[in-house]
Each structure stands twice: as C-alpha cells, then as structure tokens.
Design a protein around this ligand. Structure first.
Ligand code: ACO
Length: 311
C-alpha cells in the first residue's frame, strides 16, 4: 500500500525510529526543532560568560585549569548544537544574527551575575545538574542529529556537575566564612535554577506537541520535580539549607512539595530585563566583531587551498 509521507513520519515516531535530515518531516516539526536546538546552542555559548568571569580569579592553578576546560567544553557544545540545527536548513549566520539582535531566546539562568567564587560551585552543582536532568532524556529525542549530539554533551555535563559539587563540598568543609559563601550562593541560584525547566506545564505552549513528536520526553514540571527530589538529599549531605520554607516531603507522591516559583521574575528575565541580559549580549556582539579577522583569515585560507587543489 502507498503510504503518505506524513503516515510514514508518524509511523517512525511511533516506533522510536529516528528522523534524519533528509527524511520528510512536517514544517512545524522542523520549526520546533530549529527553535529548541538553536536556543539550546545559544545557551551554551552565552553560558560561557558568567563562568568566564572567574577564570582570572579562580583560587588556585588547579581550579583555573578545570574552569578553563569546562568553559571550553561549553563552546564545543554550542558548536555541536549549531551544526545539528544547520542540518534542518537554517544557517549558522542567521542563528547568530538572531542571538545578537535580541530576537532569539537563550536560557534565563545565564542572565544572573556570579558574585563570588561559590557561585562557580553552585553553577556546576545546580545549573549543570538541571542541564543533565533535562538533557539525558534528549538522548532519546526523535531527531537523530540532536539525539546523537546529546550523548557526548551529557557525558561532559556529568563531569561539570561533579566538579561543581566538589567545589561546594570544599567550601562546606572549610572555614565558617566559606560555608557562609556556599549557602549564600545556594540561596541565589536555587530558584533561578528551578526556572530553567521552563514555565509550568499548563502555561507551556510547546510541551504538548513536542511530547507527541517525542522531541521532549518529559514535561517541564516532571523534570523540575525530579530535580528537586535529586537535589534535596545532596544539599543535606553538604549541610546546606534549601531556601524554601514550603519544602516538605510528601509521602503520597513519594517526592517533595516545594514552594511557588516567581514566574513574574522568570518572564521578566526571558523578555530581556534580567540583571545581566544586556551585558551578556553586548559581550557576545563584541567578541563576534573582534573575531571577524579570524573568520576572514579562515575563509581566505580555505579559498587558497581550494584554488591550489583545482590547479
Ligand atoms: N529560559 C528562557 N526561555 C525559556 C526558558 C528558560 N529557562 N524556558 C522556557 N523558555 C521559553 C521557551 O523557549 C518558549 O519560547 P518560544 O516559544 O518563544 O521559543 C517559551 O518560554 C515557552 O516555554 P515552553 O513552551 O515550555 O518551551 P519548550 O517546549 O521549548 O521547553 C525547554 C523549554 C524545557 C527549555 C526546552 O526547550 C528544552 O528542553 N530545551 C533543551 C535544553 C536547553 O535548551 N537547555 C539550555 C540550558 S542548559 C545549558 O545550556 C547548560
């Protein structure tokens, strides 16, 4: 029997067969993927900035070397993801222009400042912890290039999370002033990290369709709940207090009840009015402009080589 392209696509989704770049796909599926993958790529690239701020100020040579390579990993993740998005027919220039013009979104979390060294620990522990919670299921996302990119990204993210936890553990086992620094960083990053998972399910316009197409494997609230349940025991182990007076074990649901996220703050940051939004974009634009000569040199070199090979 002759199946329509759409039926074949639906059949692949139902049977967990990956969709590949040359396969037919609904326009909206392509659009959703470009949106999500490019936002994800931008997040990795902008995500280099809050931590980059501390490379020159890391407390030891060892910490500096670790932080440098972690930030480089994030650049790599961004490039992987731009490549995955390009397989859907959008150019990298277009995506980068959209980031620089303020049109494209990237994760709200990277618009908060890193005020002390403990923030670097908190980012590794909490932000990378949330990233793993969100991204491990994306290894099973329905679009092949995105799913494959996630394998390596998640391995590296697990290492990042361990190094963040280790910074927190060192601070928590240190002098009272160090422990205080760790608690203050925890207080600053806890709620913004919960916002990383996106709006509540009933206010998330994209979740339903993305779940049907198996682009997303869990909803925003499901992942947020899992994250809270994973982190509370880790905070207890560190001897830190979760900054949420409503946090309570719920026997029936076998998970924690937690307080209300400040969604007004979330949307404010997403719309560009967070503490560091403007600074982040300005820094990116400046870096891009200052790197123009590298791109020009690479192009000139590629052209010269192509000419030589043609001779
Ligand atoms: N920061 C900024 N924008 C957000 C955030 C956030 N934390 N959460 C949701 N949004 C945006 C969505 O992009 C969407 O905007 P758009 O429709 O204009 O594109 C809008 O808010 C509504 O949200 P949802 O309908 O829930 O959007 P979606 O289904 O795409 O879910 C999510 C959002 C969970 C972030 C999803 O896109 C995802 O899993 N992305 C891949 C992971 C990722 O990007 N991580 C980045 C941070 S981790 C890191 O880089 C270390």
């Amino acid at each position: 029997i002759d199946k329509s392209l759409e039926e074949l696509f639906e059949e692949k989704i139902a049977n967990e067969i990956r969709i590949e770049p040359k396969d037919w796909m609904p326009d909206q599926y392509r659009k959703t993927l470009v949106r999500q993958i490019s936002q994800h790529a931008h997040s990795e690239i902008v995500g280099m900035l809050p931590e980059g701020n501390w490379i020159t100020r890391a407390p030891s040579l060892k910490r500096k070397a670790i932080l440098l390579s972690k930030v480089q990993d994030e650049a790599g993740h961004g490039l992987y993801l731009y490549s995955a998005a390009e397989t859907l027919g959008t150019s990298r220039d277009q995506m980068i222009n959209d980031l620089h013009s303020g049109k494209a979104k990237y994760s709200s979390i990277f618009n908060y400042p890193t005020l002390s060294w403990a923030d670097i620990g908190a980012i590794g522990w909490l932000v990378d912890g949330a990233a793993i919670m969100n991204q491990v299921p994306l290894i099973r996302t329905s679009y092949g290039p995105y799913a494959r990119a996630m394998v390596r990204v998640c391995k590296e993210e697990s290492f990042h999370q361990r190094q963040g936890f280790e910074i927190m553990m060192t601070l928590c086992n240190g002098a009272p002033a160090q422990k205080k620094m760790a608690q203050e960083a925890f207080n600053r990053w806890w709620w913004p990290t919960l916002m990383m998972f996106g709006p509540k399910d009933e206010e998330s316009p994209n979740t339903e369709q993305s779940m049907r197409w198996k682009i997303k494997r869990f909803t925003n609230d499901e992942l947020r709940q899992r994250f809270v349940d994973m982190m509370v025991p880790q905070a207890e182990f560190l001897g830190l207090t979760v900054p949420d007076k409503d946090l309570k074990w719920n026997e029936v649901k076998n998970g924690y009840d937690y307080g209300d996220v400040d969604w007004e703050e979330f949307w404010n940051v997403v719309k560009g009015n967070g503490p560091c939004n403007k600074d982040r974009i300005n820094t990116r634009v400046k870096a891009h402009e200052e790197g123009a000569w590298v791109r020009e040199a690479a192009m000139a070199h590629a052209e010269k080589r192509a000419r030589r090979e043609a001779e």
